[in-house]
Design a binder for this molecule. Sequence first.
Ligand SMILES: [Zn+2]
Length: 138
Amino acid sequence: MFDDEHPGVANLDPDLLRALRAAATEAADDGIEFYVNSGWRSPEYQDRLLHKAISEHGSAEEAARWVATANTSAHVAGNAVDIGRSDAKAWLSQHGAKYGLCQIYRNEPWHYELRPEAVDHGCPAMYADPTHDPRMRQ
Ligand SMILES: [Zn+2]
């Protein structure tokens, strides 16, 4: 999370990274450490993930509930992180909105994006899964 050398972290949107680091610093006071299981991804890596998901789930339609294309992925754009460890996810679901950090998909409790308006208004309603996200229909 604090490692600027790691491309998955260094290529994140600076505002998202700032919010994450602020949240991680406060969580550390509660004895909780954030792990970024996945941050920024190259388009090639996203393609590999998608192909793997298609073979695991048996169809592109089913895979789309879990893995976006390189063109639509918020990870490729540097706008999403997958947070690891259940205590960190629980902490974020409780305190993330204060930092504009929101869970976007009900089926992905690890996937967080920056929604600056959440600081004042709370996080927007979640999509059931990415296939309900209009951004994924491009
Ligand atoms: Zn994700």
